[in-house]
Design a protein around this ligand. Structure first.
Ligand SMILES: Nc1ncnc2c1ncn2[C@@H]1O[C@H](COP(=O)(O)OP(=O)(O)OP(=O)(O)O)[C@@H](O)[C@H]1O
Length: 377
């Protein structure tokens, strides 16, 4: 029997994860991670107290012990500083991906091990399966199995969640084999309506709670409001990329992402073409814009460089036809993957991709198997 610490956010997904593990006969404890409590009270409503109450009440209904783990200092250092630093450097960081690698399957997993637990579980929509090595790509041997084995001789692979509308594998792209070995995703094989039914049948108090939105720690708050509070304003010119004409002034590059059309506040001078952000220029802190069209400079990419490449299973060391996902809700797209030195790779897309930002995460797939991830240069 495994001793499992389930990360319970107060939401219905992680509650059903705990419920299923308990029903399977494991020794289960629930834990809420206190990552962020809106310490400076600058970004309004933060539902964390309600979430703790919900998680505690649900743990009680399931009949498992519950604790609150304070990880605020680690979170500030490993996620918030990464986020703020990235935006200040003109990048597009992804705090959810980093929260998984550094917190849930990092600090929280280490905490669990130190407390005598064999593994952690979350309510992510992703499936962990046993894998065997076939060439350089790990091939799942039994896609139906969503087991709780921590056998150190076994290798594990990650598949997309069965509910394609809820799949969260993208956010797990930077996990390692060692992290995956001790991580369970008990709800990855379920569809959301099925999961809600299980929650209702078990009379879990949060069976009808609505799904959370937005960044894990910021909760319901918009990223722009968060950045306004934490990143100093740094104005610069808005420059038309096609001819260098200065069109106006912006209040900080961190408010903009490549591909963004809203909030540029430069009126279009044709009837039907709006400006879109196509880049950021560090030398004069310029925001580069162009009319949104197929030939807007820098907006569409046939190829890209990535760095900080990591693999869940065996690394891919030769040029290979694969697929990738360039952002959470995007479909997988076919690519030619060519590994380079020092955890870099060159990606050639079969079809041009719109608005790839430096710092953005690329998740690498072979069919529905998540192979790993990297960061766009
Ligand atoms: N503050 C937290 N404390 C404990 N676990 C958390 C916390 N935030 C997220 N998690 C874990 O990470 C998983 C994915 O987080 P996400 O914010 O995407 O939640 P979700 O998919 O809406 O799931 P849920 O319905 O459980 O909130 C959750 O299912 C839960 O296991």
């Amino acid at each position: 029997m495994s001793r499992i610490l389930v990360a319970m956010s107060g939401g219905v997904d992680s509650s059903v994860a705990a419920l299923l593990l308990k029903q399977q006969g494991h020794d289960v404890t629930g834990a809420y991670m206190k990552n962020w409590i809106n310490e400076d009270n600058v970004i309004g409503h933060c539902p964390w107290m309600q979430d703790i109450d919900d998680a505690r009440a649900t743990a009680e209904a399931i009949g498992i012990p519950f604790r609150v783990v304070n990880l605020m200092q680690d979170y500030r250092r490993l996620v918030v500083d990464y986020l703020l630093d990235g935006y200040q450097r003109g990048l597009t960081p992804n705090p959810d991906v980093m929260c998984n690698r550094e917190m849930k399957f990092g600090v929280f997993l280490n905490y669990a091990r130190a407390e005598g637990f064999t593994s952690v579980a979350t309510g992510h929509y992703a499936r962990r399966v046993e894998a065997s090595t076939a060439g350089s790509v790990l091939a799942p041997t039994c896609a139906a199995e969503v087991g709780t084995s921590t056998d150190p001789t076994k290798k594990f692979a990650l598949l997309e969640g069965a509910d394609k509308n809820k799949d969260q594998s993208y956010f797990l792209a930077l996990l390692s084999q060692a992290q995956l070995r001790d991580a369970f995703f008990p709800i990855g094989h379920l569809a959301k309506p099925q999961l809600r039914e299980l929650a209702a049948d078990a009379r879990l108090p949060n069976a009808r709670k609505k799904d959370s939105q937005g960044i894990c720690f910021i909760g319901e708050v918009k990223m722009a409001d968060f950045l306004r509070a934490y990143v100093p304003e740094h104005p610069g010119p808005i420059v038309r990329a096609t001819d260098g004409k200065i069109l106006g002034e912006h209040r900080g590059l961190h408010y903009y992402t490549i591909g963004q059309r809203k909030g540029i506040r430069i009126p279009s001078n044709t009837d039907n073409q709006a400006y879109v952000v196509v880049g950021k220029r560090a030398s004069d802190h310029a925001l580069l814009v162009a009319f949104d069209s197929a030939d807007a400079p820098g907006l569409w990419a046939n190829e890209a460089q990535v760095h900080s490449l990591s693999f869940i299973g065996d690394p891919i060391t030769a040029p290979t036809r694969l697929e990738c996902r360039v952002r959470y809700r995007d479909p997988r797209v076919a690519i030619q993957f060519t590994p380079g030195p020092d955890a870099t790779a060159h990606i050639r897309f079969d079809q041009a991709q719109r608005a790839l930002a430096s710092g953005q995460i690329m998740a690498l797939y072979h069919g529905e198997q998540l192979l790993g991830g990297a960061v766009f240069a």
